[in-house]
Design a protein around this ligand. Structure first.
Ligand SMILES: Nc1ncnc2c1ncn2[C@@H]1O[C@H](COP(=O)(O)OP(=O)(O)OP(=O)(O)O)[C@@H](O)[C@H]1O
Ligand SMILES: [Mg+2]
Length: 297
């Protein structure tokens, strides 16, 4: 069973005082530090011995871990609190099967009370080394204090980017909410473009991708900065651009290089996989708005 599945299971079995203790620990430790029993008892407004008992129960379930003389939340606890948050806000009702388990996140199908499927993305940046995460995710200084901070930050960044993109193109997934190290998203269909599925018109789809890159740049002032065939989903005649936590604003000093890198990655992939010939320089000029609004046909 994965961390996220254990977290979902905890939802049914934790008692009120255990939840209060977890919330108290989150508050007392600002989400991811440690706290001692005294402070925790004040934060959770429970007597010391009740907190001590709740902590012993939580420790047995891997929801808290001892750190020296204090306690810290585990990934399971953070994810359980996030799921509980969505349930309490009436956004989700049940956790379904895993859609994808990757290096940096796990994505699960969840259902609303009406039975609409949504996608819940749990960040797991801690799985890769921090050096790589730091390089790839543009996290700096205090943000890097712990892996949990990085996961919270990635979820918040992805949500913020998707909110800026919302409604600008059907190729951007809708973000519904975020909580802690997770983001709740509209569930998309299709498969990763990296699987090289048959496409109705590879050239048109490539142009649709580039048009969305251009819209993100010109209207939301954002560059994805990690765009590739792995972060594009397709049904064969439509596309979605996913995975935005590392997106940067057009005020970022490297934004033009990052935009050019995204565009060239797309152009090279379509050439390699589908034989589409498109001039990379012209595609970059189009995406940045330098070259008017019609692309190279
Ligand atoms: N909104 C969604 N609806 C359906 N499936 C999704 C959605 N978002 C992500 N997925 C699935 O989860 C996979 C990983 O998502 P994403 O690329 O956003 O995360 P990641 O952190 O890059 O994870 P990975 O390390 O696996 O690439 C996607 O390739 C896709 O299969
Ligand atoms: Mg990805």
């Amino acid at each position: 069973m994965s961390t996220s599945e254990r977290a979902a299971r905890a939802l049914k079995s934790l008692h009120d005082e255990e939840w209060k203790t977890l919330s108290g620990l989150e508050e007392a430790s600002s989400g991811h530090g440690t706290s001692d029993l005294g402070r925790l008892s004040r934060m959770s407004r429970l007597p010391r011995e009740r907190v001590a008992f709740a902590l012993s129960q939580l420790e047995r379930r891997d929801m808290v871990a001892r750190r020296g003389s204090g306690y810290a939340l585990t990934k399971e606890a953070v994810e359980a609190m996030a799921i509980r948050d969505y349930v309490r806000r009436d956004l989700i009702f049940a956790l379904g099967a895993a859609i994808a388990k990757g290096k940096e996140s796990d994505v699960y199908e969840v259902l609303t009370e009406e039975g609409t499927p949504l996608a819940l993305k749990f960040y797991k940046l801690g799985r890769t080394s921090f050096t790589r995460v730091r390089k790839k995710r543009f996290l700096e200084g205090a943000e890097m204090r712990s892996w949990m901070t990085a996961n919270y930050e990635a979820a918040r960044r992805e949500y913020t980017a998707l909110k800026k993109l919302e409604g600008l193109s059907p190729a951007f997934p809708r973000a519904i909410a975020h909580s802690r190290s997770t983001v709740l998203l509209e569930e998309l269909g299709g498969v990763r473009l990296s699987q090289r599925p048959p496409l109705v018109s590879p050239r048109e789809l490539e142009l649709a991708v580039l048009e969305s890159v251009r819209i993100a740049f010109l209207k939301a002032h954002l560059v994805n900065a990690d765009l590739s065939e792995y972060n594009i989903l397709t049904t064969g005649d439509s596309v979605w651009l996913i995975d935005w936590p590392q997106a940067v604003g057009t005020d970022h000093p490297n934004c033009m290089d990052l935009l050019a890198h995204d565009v060239k990655t797309v152009v090279n992939f379509f050439r390699r996989a589908y034989g589409v010939e498109l001039d990379a320089g012209a595609a970059v000029a189009y995406a940045s708005g330098e070259a008017g609004d019609s692309l190279l046909l």
